[in-house]
Design a protein around this ligand. Structure first.
Ligand SMILES: Cc1cc2nc3c(=O)[nH]c(=O)nc-3n(C[C@H](O)[C@H](O)[C@H](O)COP(=O)(O)OP(=O)(O)OC[C@H]3O[C@@H](n4cnc5c(N)ncnc54)[C@H](O)[C@@H]3O)c2cc1C
Length: 359
């Protein structure tokens, strides 16, 4: 009897696996579970915010991709995994059996336990909320973004570019400096860009409370808003802890460099939801999920054939390009930074190519 390969989530690495299945059949019946029929590509969210991309350009229809690969699409969200019985329970109450399981469900939004955030702030994740979130921010008079990482900065600068209003700039609040996880050079470059573009930035202001009209910081600042976007970094999905699977201190699923759970080698994971032993500082980014795709595909195939898999070896540095508005981008690679239209052009080319591959 054919083995059952179950893919949870339509993240970057699973899109690759499904695409590969269009080209190469494996000895397994394959299904994919996703709460939305679409996979939204976050690399293009800033361009969508700025009005540069139409909605259809930033998303991939998973059932169409799956059908061409003879993969069954199951609409739903996985709620828990029983690794002993090899079944997945979905939120609708379905029990889906597997022989081989692969998880690529991304991450959720961190910091939402700050009082008032759950009630009042907009969140992008799950990413199928993007259209609604963006349209609310477009209509806002006093939009505020909380989060000074790459995602928060990009979204704030893109919204600022879209509004073209010097009298009512977008406000960004962050508890540290902008791009605190990057080099000092990157931080000072983005500070300079934000200033030049007229973004109103509050650095070193930790938000302690959110009311229906104000963001209140531990330092006593009261910042008025009518729409608030909360983008303070990733948080692990709860499914691993409830399923009693091994996790790292932040709750991400712990995998070997073969992307397999040591205790349950029939379980694979890639992208934001997984932490690779030995590489705890690997950033949660789409670039990493893309890099893991080939290893995931090769190792799932090897596992089904009973062969050894290959190992994921992270690179020292990854290229990242932040859209800064008006078709400009800040390219960061190792110690290099380059702010120019050409950086944005490169980002635009990479991102469009990614989505086109899976259309
Ligand atoms: C605004 C913004 C901009 C960003 N820009 C960039 C960028 O330019 N470059 C970059 O490298 N990174 C960027 N990132 C980070 C990037 O979004 C993530 O690191 C990346 O999406 C992770 O990919 P993934 O494959 O792990 O999961 P995702 O792309 O998040 O996909 C996971 C999928 O799993 C589904 N899912 C979730 N829970 C379940 C469940 N229980 N059952 C079934 N399915 C489930 C989700 O609906 C989703 O479709 C950005 C993030 C944000 C918020």
């Amino acid at each position: 009897m054919k083995k059952k390969l179950l893919l949870i989530g339509g993240g970057h690495a699973h899109l690759y696996v499904i695409k590969k299945l269009q080209e190469e059949a494996i000895d397994a019946e394959v299904s994919v579970i996703s709460p939305s029929e679409h996979q939204y590509y976050s690399g293009m969210f800033s361009g969508f915010m700025e009005g540069l991309y139409e909605f259809e350009k930033i998303r991939i229809h998973i059932p169409t991709l799956a059908k061409k690969a003879n993969v069954t699409f199951i609409k739903g969200a996985a709620l828990s995994i029983d690794a002993e019985a090899k079944v997945v329970l979905t939120e609708k109450g379905d029990i889906v059996p597997y022989d081989v399981l692969s998880i690529d469900i991304g991450s959720y939004t961190g910091g939402i336990d700050v009082p008032g955030v759950r009630q009042h702030a907009l969140r992008i994740k799950p990413t199928y909320r993007i259209e609604e979130v963006v349209s609310k921010l477009w209509d806002a008079d006093e939009p505020v973004v909380v989060g000074g990482g790459a995602a928060g900065i990009e979204m704030a600068l893109s919204l600022h570019a879209k509004r073209r209003s010097e009298d009512a700039p977008v406000t960004l609040v962050t508890q540290s400096t902008l791009l605190a996880g990057e080099t000092e050079k990157a931080t000072s470059k983005i500070q300079e860009i934000a200033k030049e573009k007229g973004l109103r930035v509050y650095e070193h202001e930790k938000v302690s409370n959110v009311t229906s009209s104000h963001v209140i910081t531990a330092g006593g600042k009261q910042i008025a808003y009518d729409e608030l976007l909360w983008l303070t970094g990733p948080k692990a999905p709860g499914i691993f802890q409830t399923s009693k699977l091994p996790v790292d201190p932040q709750g991400y699923l712990l995998v070997e460099d073969t992307l397999q759970v040591r205790e349950y080698p029939a379980i694979f994971a890639a992208g934001d939801c997984a932490s690779i032993k030995g590489f705890p500082k690997l950033p949660k980014s789409g670039v990493i999920a893309v890099r893991q795709s080939k290893v995931l595909w090769d190792n799932i195939k090897s596992f089904i054939k009973g062969e050894d898999g290959t190992r994921f070896q992270p690179k020292q540095s990854y290229l990242s390009i932040l859209s800064t508005g008006n078709r400009e981008g800040l390219l960061l690679y190792s110690n290099l930074s380059f702010h120019h239209h050409l950086s944005w052009k490169l980002k635009n080319k990479i991102d469009r190519k990614f989505v086109e591959t899976y259309k």
